[in-house]
Design a protein around this ligand. Structure first.
Ligand SMILES: Cc1ncc(COP(=O)(O)O)c(C=O)c1O
Length: 408
């Protein structure tokens, strides 16, 4: 598969240098079929969905629902009603934090999250806890960045029914470790506690079957899996989505409205108030087709592992460089490397790399508590996609070594 020709952004030059895009965990580049469909729909099928009977509205609605069906199949969700469109992972988590907590949480209850959460799977729970007098409990990661289902079991046992929901990342955006989500779900369910998985990174690197995983909620964003920004997904089990009150009120989420009383639309529309980003939702069709083709291409997968192993080895050779997220089983590491370098500020390194055409992320990467656990306030992160190459990895390591020498 000639993957690079699918992604025109990779042909860019920055500061006169060929772009090396290693910030894929923040957002991925978009393939041609997505860009083409996005433009075509804006021109040919721009009508508001689920509203009018005219041609353009009907076509836009069909495209939107085709996007939902493709997501449903990608996740192996049982039905269309289990797939709610949102604007992204953040919106999906906020929806559950607000509506689940309003329905199921009371004073003295707890929500359990891990120490390795993105702020998007932390702050919404804090806000929800403040609203209903509940509190947050935090499951630690060990020095390597691994979560322990055994420790989760102990916490749930000790909480004696006060923990009402577990919310953890499938893959942390800092550590790049595939968490044992199946065991986490099993453990939580033994205690009768539902689980939300933040799949913002997980959906990109692992096949996800929500029925096999048996999670109660799974949240992700389109833009990290080759679709446009402004679209995301909340998968939820019917029993919870049915029991939860609506998130926002407005058009399309209603069944009947009078001044006295409103009844709500059936799932999933009950949670989709207002005009949705239907063009972006429709783009899940080509985006997930490309994602699946890349995931099923054995050569690309071998190349990905080779890049991961190369970076693990080469970064490990650099004096004073510390990688955060080194699982005991190296196969559980994705090609995402967060690290710090003694004697060099991450922002300075990122700036020097940028001038060499290399895009990496620096800063707290939206996971301040996890960075504090490692005594850091800022790190550097290189995150790869299947369209990256070993030659780019070599250029990155060489440029990083030069940048460190300049700063020391
Ligand atoms: C693990 C994780 N959760 C949540 C998010 C938030 O995603 P979004 O900003 O698309 O809502 C991100 C984004 O980087 C992430 O990596």
């Amino acid at each position: 598969m000639d993957v690079r020709s699918l992604f025109p952004a990779l042909d860019r030059q920055v500061y006169g240098k060929p772009l090396i895009y290693f910030d894929n965990a923040a957002t991925a580049q978009r393939p041609l079929p997505v860009l083409e469909l996005q433009q075509r729909l804006c021109v040919e099928a721009n009508g508001n969905i689920h509203r009018a009977i005219h041609f353009l509205s009907a076509e836009a609605t069909d495209r939107y629902e085709a996007g939902r069906e493709v997501v449903r199949r990608y996740l192996n969700a049982p039905a269309r009603e289990n797939v709610v469109f949102t604007s992204g992972t953040t919106a999906s988590v906020n929806l559950v934090a607000t509506c689940f907590c309003q329905r199921f949480l009371g004073s003295g209850d707890r929500i359990l999250i891990s120490e390795a959460e993105h702020h998007s799977n932390l702050v919404p729970w804090q806000l929800a806890c403040q609203r209903c007098g509940a509190s947050l409990e935090v499951l630690p990661v060990d020095e390597r960045g691994e979560l322990s289902p055994g420790e989760l079991d102990r916490r749930l046992q000790a909480a004696a029914g006060r923990i009402k929901l577990v919310a953890v990342a499938h893959i942390s955006n800092v550590l790049g470790i595939v968490n044992p989500v199946r065991e986490i779900v099993e453990t939580a369910h033994r205690h009768g506690v539902p689980v939300l998985i933040d799949g913002a990174q997980g959906i990109v690197h692992e096949p996800v079957d929500v029925q096999a995983l048996d999670c109660d909620f799974y949240a992700f964003s389109g833009h990290k899996i080759y679709a446009p920004t402004g679209i995301g997904v909340l998968y939820g089990k019917t029993e919870y989505l049915d029991a939860m009150p609506p998130y926002m009120g407005g058009g399309e989420m209603i069944d009947t409205v009078t001044f006295e009383k409103t009844t709500y639309a059936p799932l999933p529309l009950k949670f989709e108030a207002g005009t949705q980003n239907y063009v972006a939702a429709a783009c899940f069709v080509p985006a997930l087709e490309v994602a699946r083709a890349m995931a099923e291409d054995a050569d690309l997968q071998t190349a990905q592992r080779a890049m991961r192993d190369y970076l693990l080895e080469e970064l490990g050779k650099i004096d004073g460089l510390r990688i955060y997220g080194l699982p005991r089983d190296p196969e559980r590491k994705i090609p995402l490397f967060s690290f710090s370098v003694e004697g060099a500020f991450p922002a300075d390194l990122a700036q020097i790399l940028d001038k060499a055409g290399i895009a990496v992320r620096s800063g707290h990467v939206c996971a301040e508590p996890l960075l504090h656990r490692y005594g850091q306030t800022s790190i550097l992160r290189a995150s790869l996609a299947p369209y990256n190459t070993l030659a780019e990895c070599e250029a990155f390591v060489a440029a990083l070594r030069r940048a460190i020498n300049m700063l020391r």
